[in-house]
Design a protein. Structure first.
Length: 132
């Protein structure tokens, strides 16, 4: 099995390596990594700029006010690592409607944005519902 091809990493190798990173994270730090909590905390940090008292009174933030922590840095690292990887591989491009989407559903940016937004809402709701 090839680790990397012209089309990118093998999904099997990338998945296995991600699993190893997760196991090492729990083994070394005793903490699972995730992203959904980071988005909630980021929203709290932004809102705190405008109304700190309201955020401090929110039940979710009573234990701990939103701040930059290791999980926040982890999500930032995912973004930066992905950007660096795409730029150095020469595959980076800004594209509002991916080719696969356009072939299947058409070139409408509004349709793509609406479906992406709805998908993100459903994913975040599920992640928060699962306490993740």
């Amino acid at each position: 099995m090839k680790v990397k091809s012209d089309d990118g990493w093998s999904p099997y190798v990338a998945g296995a390596l991600s699993g190893v990173v997760l196991i090492l994270s729990v083994w070394i730090t005793g903490k699972f990594f995730g992203a959904s909590t980071t988005f909630v905390r980021s929203a709290g940090m932004v809102e705190r700029v405008f109304n700190a008292q309201r955020v401090a009174a929110m039940e979710y933030f009573v234990r701990e006010l939103p701040q930059i922590d290791w999980q926040w840095m982890f999500v930032l690292g995912i973004f930066l690592g992905s950007l660096i990887s795409a730029v150095t591989s020469g595959s980076f491009r800004v594209q509002a409607v991916p080719d696969t989407w356009e072939r299947r559903f058409g070139p409408s940016r509004a349709k793509r944005a609406a479906v992406a937004f709805i998908g993100a809402v459903v994913a975040m709701f599920g992640a928060r519902l699962a306490d993740g």
